[in-house]
Ligand binder design. Structure first.
Ligand SMILES: CC(C)(COP(=O)(O)OP(=O)(O)OC[C@H]1O[C@@H](n2cnc3c(N)ncnc32)[C@H](O)[C@@H]1OP(=O)(O)O)[C@@H](O)C(=O)NCCC(=O)NCCS
Length: 287
């Protein structure tokens, strides 16, 4: 029996680094062949593989590949091999989409089946591309406070201020996160709370820099906070409290699978707060 041809349409699809489509054409432990689509301006994270060798072949566009201290420009129809143990990073500094064939042996594992029908960052702001979550440091609080204190934002938030955030940073029951762009500038923040409870986590607040709103950062932040909240295998529910008249935020939460539910007896909401809970499955994290 002859094998069925594999195409992007039939291959396992994943999203890498939140922006790149990856189609796993050959997906065996001894060999991986992945077709990747990297949008203009996007870049992977610098990394190395202890055992795997990789070959990056450019199908369309132009790749900039950092290999240890060197940088190579790889044009359409050519490729480079990356030996095991070499730090490398792929960037698309061109204006067109970059399409790559990435061959690895043994196969490089991706970060799991974070499947998405298509990455939501495409065609959105350059800010979304390359922005990622990291833990908040004390030096970030200046930005955090300026986002929070902005007059249009204040009515939607409960207590805040420097002392509140410093307590949150030190509280083992909470995780304080910032979303930073590729230059490590803070563009948004969010807090997870109630981490001592095994099954359910609260997103305590999330705020995008006022000048960055409406560009997809809120959605990226929420998705990454959800992924953090669900990182523990026991957690299956995530809840939050949102002001009834915060229509923008409520619409974002609904579009990401949160639903308005009756408030549990043990929960105290903001004065005009609405209880929303997410209890979907991982794929609904995608748009
Ligand atoms: C709510 C907030 C986090 C959204 O961030 P954002 O970066 O502007 O949101 P995004 O650009 O990712 O938009 C995602 C979705 O949110 C919804 N949305 C965002 N702003 C909206 C608005 N003003 N009106 C209606 N819907 C809106 C839309 O559904 C949008 O979907 P789309 O991508 O299909 O257009 C941001 O506006 C914010 O920081 N507000 C102040 C603080 C706050 O209210 N936090 C929530 C406390 S619970």
């Amino acid at each position: 029996m002859s094998p069925d041809p594999i195409s992007r349409g039939t291959a396992r699809h994943a999203v890498w680094d939140d922006v790149c489509d990856a189609y796993h054409l050959v997906d065996r432990t001894d060999l991986g062949v992945v077709e990747e689509a990297v949008p203009s301006g996007a870049q992977g994270r610098p990394h190395q593989h202890a055992r795997s060798r990789e070959f990056f072949y450019v199908l369309a566009g132009e790749a900039t590949i950092a290999l240890g201290p060197q940088e190579v420009r790889v044009e359409e129809g050519s490729g480079v091999e990356v030996p095991a143990g070499t730090w490398h990073q792929v960037r698309n500094e061109g204006e067109d989409e970059l399409r790559l064939l990435v061959v690895s042996s043994p196969r490089v594992a991706d970060s799991g089946p974070r499947q998405s029908p298509r990455p939501f960052a495409r065609d959105r702001s350059g800010l979304v591309v390359g922005s990622h979550l990291r833990r908040t440091r004390r030096g970030d609080l200046k930005d955090v406070l300026s986002f929070e204190q902005e007059p249009e934002t204040q009515p939607f938030l409960g207590q805040g201020g420097r002392e509140w955030h410093e307590r949150a940073l030190a509280d083992p029951d909470m995780e304080h996160w910032v979303l930073v762009d590729r230059l490590d500038r803070v563009v948004a923040f969010g807090i997870l709370a109630g981490l001592f409870r095994p099954d359910i986590v609260e997103i305590r607040r999330m705020v995008v820099a006022p000048e960055g709103r409406g560009q997809g950062l809120g959605r990226l932040l929420l998705r990454q906070l959800l992924e953090q909240a669900l990182a523990s295998s026991e957690v299956s529910r995530v809840w939050l409290d949102v002001s009834a008249d915060n229509t923008g935020a409520r619409s974002l939460y609904r579009s990401m699978g949160f639903q308005e539910r009756p408030t549990p007896a043990e929960v105290t909401l903001l004065e005009d707060g609405v209880y929303m809970e997410w209890s979907g499955q991982a794929p609904t994290l995608a748009r």
